[in-house]
Design a protein around this ligand. Structure first.
Ligand code: HEC
Length: 140
């Protein structure tokens, strides 16, 4: 047995334990504070058929409005990605209307992001078409 004293071994043991704990804590901290909740939980429901026309109209309306200042199709920016919105809500009339109203009146609280500005100049039918387009992303 080499002449390493027991207190010395004990110190090394403590140092290793502390190092291990530190790492574990850091790793854990990151998991505890997610930056934003993306679609938290998909709302169950079947998608309804919608006319292809409405989807195309919505796509054009979204492209000509200011939506892409805060949204991207596939990744989050100031607002949730449209693909995540589509994953969260089934494409049904009730959700199309809900989102159309939200597009017009703006709001906060559904995603943990800051506020969506209102779009009072958007007509309800146009907002419905926009919502239809968004909810059709990655669906058929
Ligand atoms: C100033 C930035 C901004 C602009 C411009 C903007 N949005 Fe948003 N949008 C947001 C934010 C932030 C949220 C998340 C709101 C929340 O958490 O309730 C959001 C949420 C949404 C949602 C999901 C709403 C919900 O309750 O789940 C839809 C759909 C949407 N936006 C569509 C649009 C469309 C269509 C346009 C263009 C007409 C648009 N947004 C323009 C910031 C913006």
């Amino acid at each position: 047995m080499p002449p390493i004293s027991q207190p010395f071994l004990f110190l090394i043991f403590c140092a290793l334990m502390l190092a291990g704990c530190g790492e574990w804590r850091e790793g854990n901290k990151e998991q505890v504070k997610p930056p934003v909740k993306d679609y938290i939980r998909a709302i169950p429901g079947e998608d309804e058929e919608v006319p292809l026309e409405a989807i195309h109209r919505g796509e054009v309306l979204v492209a000509y409005a200011n939506c892409y200042e805060c949204h991207k199709r596939d990744s989050r920016s100031k607002g949730p990605s449209f693909a995540d919105v589509a994953k969260r809500y089934p494409r049904r009339q009730v959700y199309i209307d809900l989102l159309a109203r939200k597009i017009i009146s703006g709001g906060t609280g559904s995603w943990g992001y800051p506020v969506m500005i209102p779009h009072p100049d958007v007509a309800f039918e146009d907002a419905q078409a926009m919502a239809t387009y968004v909810l059709s992303i990655d669906k058929r």
